[in-house]
Design a protein around this ligand. Structure first.
Ligand code: ZN
Length: 219
């Protein structure tokens, strides 16, 4: 398990791995592919620090629980406390940007949803948040439109652009900081675009964020 977040370039402050606040249905096309309405307020849930693993580590999950879906998401690394934050505080609080997978045990999540139970078993298990090293905000601005994608075994599966988010990074952090105090080392996963699907043993994944590439695979 990671103890400190990793930077893509050296010389940036060390930050402990904190909680991961996740956003559901932040891209309209993804909400629709799962048969949901577009939300009026961000749908928020969390993964604990124990779910975080380096993106490059082989992906695994409790196989007895059924299929595990990939959800490719941009991630924001927070380095200043944020509570009921203003836009200025928000812009100063994002230290870096990365890409990660919001791994989801979809069969189990469907059972839990139908029973009206919380999602943690499906979303917060050990290894459920593979995160790339972070790119410092000075090198890649989180406040400009950003393009990202996922290829599996050489085939494009997901393409995202932050211009298509229902709630911008700024709006998300404003809303999140009303509910949960964000601490240095916390991460926000900002939602997945359409195209989610199950992972298989041996899959080779290539994630891109602008011109950066990150590789991983399924055990
Ligand atoms: Zn997600």
């Amino acid at each position: 398990m990671s103890i400190l977040h990793r930077w893509l370039t050296p010389g940036h402050p060390e930050l402990p791995v904190g909680k991961v606040v996740c956003v559901g249905r932040n891209y309209a096309a993804h909400a629709l592919e799962l048969g949901h309405a577009v939300p009026q307020r961000p749908i928020l849930f969390m993964k604990p620090a124990s779910a975080v693993v380096p993106l490059e580590s082989p992906i695994d999950w409790p196989r007895a629980e059924g299929c595990c879906h990939f959800e490719t998401e941009l991630t924001l690394l927070i380095h200043r406390p944020l509570s009921h934050a203003t836009p200025t505080e928000i812009r100063q609080a994002v230290a870096g940007l990365g890409i990660g997978l919001d791994l989801t045990l979809r069969d189990l999540q469907e059972q839990l949803k139908q029973a009206g139970h919380p999602w943690e078993r499906a979303k917060a298990f050990d290894g459920a948040a593979p995160l790339s090293a972070f790119i410092p905000a000075e090198e890649l601005s989180p406040w400009e439109p950003l393009q990202f994608s996922l290829d599996i075994n050489g085939k494009r599966r997901q393409t995202g652009n932050t211009a298509l988010m229902l709630f911008s990074f700024e709006k998300l952090l404003m809303e999140i900081s009303q509910c949960f105090r964000l601490e240095p080392g916390d991460v926000v996963m900002t939602g997945t675009p359409q195209g989610v699907g199950p992972l298989d043993s041996g899959d080779a994944l290539l994630l891109t964020l602008e011109n950066r590439q990150f590789k991983t695979s399924v055990r």
